[in-house]
Design a protein around this ligand. Sequence first.
Ligand code: SIN
Ligand code: FE
Length: 340
Amino acid sequence: MSYLDSDRPKILVVDDHPSSRMTAAALLSVEGYDVIEADSGVAALRCITQVNPDLILLDVMMPGMDGYEVCRYLKQDEQTRLTPVIFITALNDRRARLRGIEAGGDDFLTKPFDQLELSARVKSLIRQKRLNEDLDHAEQVLFSIARTVESRDPNTGDHCERLVVRSKTFGEFLNLSRLEIRNLMWGGYLHDIGKVGIPDAVLLKQGKLTPDEWDVMRQHVVIGEQICQPLRTMRGVVPIIRHHHERWDGSGYPDGLMGNDIPYLAQIFQVIDIYDALTSDRPYKCAFSAEESLEIMAEEVKRGWRNPELIEQFTQFIQSNVEETASVEAMQDKEHVFVD
Ligand code: SIN
Ligand code: FE
């Protein structure tokens, strides 16, 4: 094994037959894994929260909670969804395999175990899981940086949290796909992450910025793009980060894009961002009412800065009160931001 002893991968073997468990445990121990055993679905779920295994070998047919049910449960839970599950099925049981795939299983093995096959599958799934975890950690790091930036920025307060909630409710109002809504919500957290590269003298400056200081401040969209670009899961979020200060008539930054050349999610996000800035207290201004804010945004349409159709939809959304009830639910539901 290439793993250090302290980092030996843990495998949970779930089977109601003691002899099957023992065979699997013996084979896996020889390979250098730490093996934990559970004799039922319920015992497995209890064990998983305590042990956090790297892989689960799961028998399909068990009294009480069967393997499919255990697997479905694990794959719906944010904490365990990345833990690979190998179903143990009878030889050539096609139906069991189909059900296993439906339940979110990652692979199948048949009894009696073939040592080489077991070893190869387990090894490859654990490697994959560790890569996925690193990716998840990379995302978490970005969200942490974004939170730190937000706490440095005197203008924001709980701005990002509110953007995330309204991204969900407005995204649903517009019938966006689940992935688009997730991207908008991530945009809520990450759009200004590039401010990490803006010096305090500019970011924290009281009073108006000089033209040179504005040039520095505008860099935040490009810096943000560079930070998030390398992550595959950020692909749909990067255009929001780069383009959230463009304007419909081409007078925005960084690219001076016009009309629908501005990525649609960036347009939507910008509307939400501006509305939140208008309806919140800032060091330099008091909060405007919803009505006043919508009037200001309508003025910005007349100036050519915003997409008229989108502002119309946003106005309907705010006035329809859908928001009031939906946003409370969305606050409770917000953890789904990490499910895609
Ligand atoms: C910001 O993104 O919050 C500040 C920069 C700007 O308003 O253009
Ligand atoms: Fe910004």
